[in-house]
Design a protein around this ligand. Sequence first.
Ligand SMILES: [Zn+2]
Length: 511
Amino acid sequence: MLRAELILARGRIRTLGRTGLKPHSHLAIAGGKVLACGGREVMSLRGPKTRIVDLGGSAVFPGFNDAHAHVVYYGLTRFAADLTAARGIDDVLDRLKAHGATLKPGEWLQGMGYRTDELTERRQPHRTELDRATGDRPAFIDERGGHARVANSAALAAAGITTDTPNPPGGRIGRDLNGSPNGLLLESAMRLVADVQPPPPLARRIEGVLKAQELLVSRGITSVGAAVNRGFADDLRAYETLACDGRLRMRVNEFLSWELLEAASEVGLRSGFGGGMVRAGPIKVFVDGGAERVAMRGGGGVWRTTPEELRELVSRATAAGLQVAAHAIGDGAIEAMCDAVEAARGTHLRHRVEHCTICPPDLQQRMAGLGMVAVMQPMAARFGRVASTIFFPVRDRTHLAPHRGLLRAGVPVAFSSDLPVAVDPNPWPGIRVAVEDQVSGISLLAALRAYTSGGAFASFEEQAKGTLDPGMLADLQVYRGDPLDEGEDVDWEQLRPRAVLLGGARVFGTL
Ligand SMILES: [Zn+2]
């Protein structure tokens, strides 16, 4: 008989699988997988070498799966000027100046993480303001959310952007009244400067992944859908290198930017290729823009990919066996993705709608019928409800972040942080928001599943992970006490696991 290597005893273990939220006291692990979960009888799997850990009533859950987090991007922000807490343009400039002093001559200055609605001026900085802090050094700063950037004069010059430069398709160059560029670049116009900026070397990306990993794993996240905005071969190389060196402590489903579709299909890559640690994920494409520029059925917004281009791309990806993850926030963009999946006959590939923020009932039904998955951010839903009158032109509030409607229609929902859009990837506050939402609330079990087996389903791995049923990977997190019993007294923002296991091996904390 197979003996357990490790038994977690006297805990409150919730598999989130067949037995849902019902607590079990004992869990046995062997060969990196769950051998058994149940009561005292599990102790019969004890052998001479079995380690027994007495949990003393502590809760255990499957590891979280953050289905959409910008791992490399977040990691790289750790090497840029941190503008996350900036509260005014002077504050932005001070931070840029201080960071610039640490750089080599000619090195590009980057800053990330501010939001205009958090600045007292409530506007983007002008290029000439950046120039005051940066001088001749090219500087390029990102607004949190990833849809707007500001370049200083040197960066605009490096990209050759002048008064005469036309707006690219799916993007806009901000201009002064006289037509001269003011530094602001929206949506695909960001690429004009990004393409001339020297890309960070592989070593920097690897360091960035390690920083992101430290944060993610400390929040109980054992699997991540690594979202991308552009196609850098070095992203996948960074994960592969870390996996080969045994330094990767989370499982990565690596998105591939739409620019890599051709290359991926030429080498015969299909979604799911890879091993238990690093897999080829979906082809990522942007359909519409960020919050203020979402594509609605009634018109307006930005189409970063037109419906015709999307249809072409989804057809080619489907024919190659590649799943597509489409950034679509507005109902117009979601509808275009449904049309594209239908035309491609791509129902078997679980094509994904990332964000899926404004999704009325008829589109919920279509997504269900087309076998599509909604990958959502519950924290953004809260933000959307508060700010919907400003950002989202929605008439019916039940169309906004419709977690309940989607689940009822039969659409699998996976939750995610969209790190670094959410500054902290801790899933618990989002789970609470999804449960307590007055308009579209879902059960605690459904919310926890969206953050565990939901992500596993989205990457075709629901047979391997996402629950603690026997035979599943022993990716799990152990808490101090039982947060679900303490209810009201728990500070969900601060809730952290005390230990995290990946395939039965400790990757964070102490057991
Ligand atoms: Zn994203």
